[in-house]
Design a binder for this molecule. Structure first.
Ligand SMILES: Cc1cc2nc3c(=O)[nH]c(=O)nc-3n(C[C@H](O)[C@H](O)[C@H](O)COP(=O)(O)OP(=O)(O)OC[C@H]3O[C@@H](n4cnc5c(N)ncnc54)[C@H](O)[C@@H]3O)c2cc1C
Length: 378
């Protein structure tokens, strides 16, 4: 289909990346009669742990699920009971405990969200084990250069996350290390009743001088934990080369003097990985180029301390699906890109503030103020 008044076909759409943003975009486009292809580097949906629980906000993430016709599936799989917040100081004193959710943000495991989105797609929409590493421009559109064959598309959407290949086709922006690294930990509730009790019904934060211990209730009797601290980028890279037992020793040093009920988190169970946090500059806007666009983390990577990342990715997809099928050609997509960037800028400011509040030389005070203000609705 050539769009009236626009010299550009937008039928053949490739989506690079089968995370939440890419998959919901595929679903939304299919609901509008298109047949997008999703290229995903994972060889199958369970190839790697997808990470912890995510909360979908009523005005953004949940709204996107509704637009995708998946609100019933989301309601059945999400956990509204797991929205509680707890805050401890390093002595183990409970400073804040809120079990009544102040807003509507039910949690859902990433793997479950991915499964709901995958099940909603036509068979063979996702090409597993396809890591896109070469795209060339064609007379009209672009060619994805594959191992076995090359394929032509009118539009390529980069939904390929933090280190997006598609973003590199647009400009040379590189995410910057934010000075904080999280060590990701995993616990089975039945084997760790003390961590179960510590966590309560949602998230637990314990904050000290520039470091924090965090646990988060997931589904299937699992708790995810994070030990976060300020490291230089070189130190963080070095930590990534350590064995789990060496990482544990380094954490014991960093959290020496904290109450044992808290350091229990770093003493027990599985060390999943060392994750330095990176972000694109607040207000990042890539150079627009007809036929190539971005959404989600590829467009606006930020620290997880706003809790907005997945909500933005899902909402971007709603806006982009609308723009791609609006009949407004690339002008509509460019307008949509502006909207995506502007919305993300506000969230990215919040994420940077959240990170600095959680890892502060003032210890737990900024977080306590944040929780109290949120409870009062400020
Ligand atoms: C520790 C941590 C905790 C977080 N907690 C929260 C939270 O509580 N709430 C929240 O809203 N957000 C949270 N986030 C952020 C959230 O995970 C992301 O914002 C969200 O996953 C972005 O979705 P996406 O679809 O844009 O990208 P991603 O989820 O990163 O998906 C990108 C996909 O692209 C694939 N891919 C990458 N490169 C290629 C390639 N070249 N070819 C093919 N496929 C490729 C990847 O395999 C992946 O499947 C957290 C992030 C982290 C790191």
């Amino acid at each position: 289909m050539y769009l009236k008044g626009h010299n550009m076909a937008m039928d053949r759409i490739a989506i690079v990346g089968g995370g939440p943003g890419g998959l919901i975009l595929a679903r939304l486009l299919q609901l509008r009669g298109l047949s997008p292809v999703v290229f995903e580097r994972d060889t199958h949906p369970e190839e790697r742990p997808q990470g912890g629980s995510l909360d979908l906000h009523s005005e953004t993430g949940q709204c996107a699920m509704k637009q995708a016709g998946l609100e019933t599936e989301f309601a059945a799989a999400s956990r509204p009971e797991d929205q509680g917040d707890r805050l401890y100081d390093i002595d183990g004193t409970l400073l804040f405990d809120c079990n009544e959710p102040t807003d509507n943000r039910p949690e859902i495991d990433r793997t479950v969200l991915r499964r709901i989105l995958l099940d909603s797609l036509s068979p063979d929409t996702v090409r597993w084990g396809c890591r896109i590493a070469k795209v060339t421009s064609a007379d009209k559109g672009f060619v994805i250069v594959g191992d076995e064959r090359d394929e032509h598309f009118d539009v390529i959407v980069g939904a390929d996350g933090a280190w997006s290949y598609v973003r590199r086709l647009l400009d040379d922006a590189i995410p910057v290390y934010e000075g904080v690294t999280l060590v990701e930990l995993g616990f089975d509730v039945e084997r760790h009743p003390a961590i179960d009790r510590l966590t309560g019904s949602g998230k637990m934060f314990a904050a000290g001088d520039n470091c924090a211990l965090i646990t988060q209730r997931n589904g299937h009797n699992h708790i995810r934990g994070y030990a976060g601290l300020r490291l230089t980028e070189d130190e963080a890279k070095q930590w990534q080369t350590l064995s789990p037992e060496q990482v544990r020793l380094a954490l014991q040093k960093a959290f020496a003097g904290w109450a044992p009920m808290l350091t229990d988190i770093i003493e027990t169970d599985e060390i999943i990985g060392v994750r330095p946090l990176y972000a694109l500059p607040v207000g990042y806007r890539w150079k627009s180029r007809e036929g190539l666009t971005l959404l989600g983390d590829a467009a606006h990577l930020m620290s997880p301390f706003s809790g907005e990342g997945v909500n933005l990715a899902l909402t971007d997809a709603v806006d982009l699906a609308e723009a791609l099928t609006s009949g407004g050609g690339w002008t509509a997509v460019t307008r949509c890109e502006e909207k995506i960037s502007a919305r993300a800028a506000t969230a990215a400011e919040g994420a940077a503030r959240g990170l600095n509040g959680a890892f502060s030389s003032e210890g737990v005070t900024p977080l306590l103020e944040h929780y109290r203000a949120r409870r009062l609705g400020n």
